[in-house]
Design a protein around this ligand. Structure first.
Ligand SMILES: CSCCC(=O)C(=O)COP(=O)(O)O
Ligand SMILES: [Zn+2]
Length: 225
């Protein structure tokens, strides 16, 4: 099997796994995988496709500027520019973008702060953070309609330890050194988002009902009194 076939299959497999979780509602989302480092080429999903279906026209090969490197009638994802920035600024080998209710809610709740930080959560070990007081921060950018501006906004918040960027009321773009790691990071973030939202809801409800069962909420810590 050629390297191109291998990468295509890895990307198709991870896309299927995310589709099985209903993480591509309404044709949303896009995925990519690096094929060659220099000059950069990567497979990216074709725009507007039903990402729950597996076909021979799911991906096309593009260069570091997001331009097709082979003759094709396929159109690269509208958000290919974001994938280009991720490959330009990080050592990513795979980049995944999904729209979920949880990542949209978190992006709106913390949008004005421009970031959300998770601490004292076992699952941050999925990002290689094993320190007692380690934390992971996800920057949040506005959802600019101009996709060049959106790509620039994403690029502007990527630091050396950034693993993902939230786009406000849009979705998350997350990456890893390969498809396995990118999926691991995505699953871990979605777990943290879901946990955080449930905890905030429980905290709010307990305050509303003056039920003292749940105390102050501090980055995932629940004090039971
Ligand atoms: C109906 S989703 C709107 C576009 C979007 O945000 C997305 O993730 C999918 O765009 P693509 O061009 O990659 O299909
Ligand atoms: Zn999107």
């Amino acid at each position: 099997m050629t390297i191109h076939e291998q990468r295509w299959n890895e990307l198709a497999d991870v896309k299927d796994e995310l589709a099985a979780r209903n993480w591509f509602p309404g044709t949303s989302g896009n995925v990519s995988i690096k094929v060659e480092e220099s000059p950069l080429t990567f497979y990216v999903s074709a725009s507007g496709k039903d990402k729950t279906k597996r076909t021979s026209e799911d991906f096309l090969l593009v260069d570091g500027e997001g331009k097709a490197v082979e003759t094709t009638t396929l159109k690269a994802s509208a958000e290919t520019g974001i994938h280009c920035e991720v490959y330009r600024l990080t050592d990513a080998g795979c980049c995944l973008h999904v729209h979920t209710v949880d990542n949209n809610l978190i992006s709106e709740l913390y949008g004005n702060e421009g970031e959300i930080t998770f601490q004292r959560q076992e699952l941050i070990k999925a990002f290689g953070i094993w320190e007692e007081d380690g934390s992971i921060t996800v920057p949040i950018v506005e959802n600019f309609a101009d996709l060049t501006k959106l790509s620039e906004a994403v690029a502007g918040v990527i630091k050396p330890d950034t693993k993902a960027v939230l786009i406000r009321n849009h979705g998350i773009t997350v990456w890893g050194k390969n498809a396995f790691e990118a999926k691991k990071h995505l699953e871990a973030f979605e777990f943290l988002f879901s946990y955080h939202l449930k905890l905030q809801t429980l905290s709010f409800l307990s305050k509303k009902t003056k039920n003292k069962s749940f105390g102050g909420v501090k980055h995932g810590t629940i004090k039971i009194s």
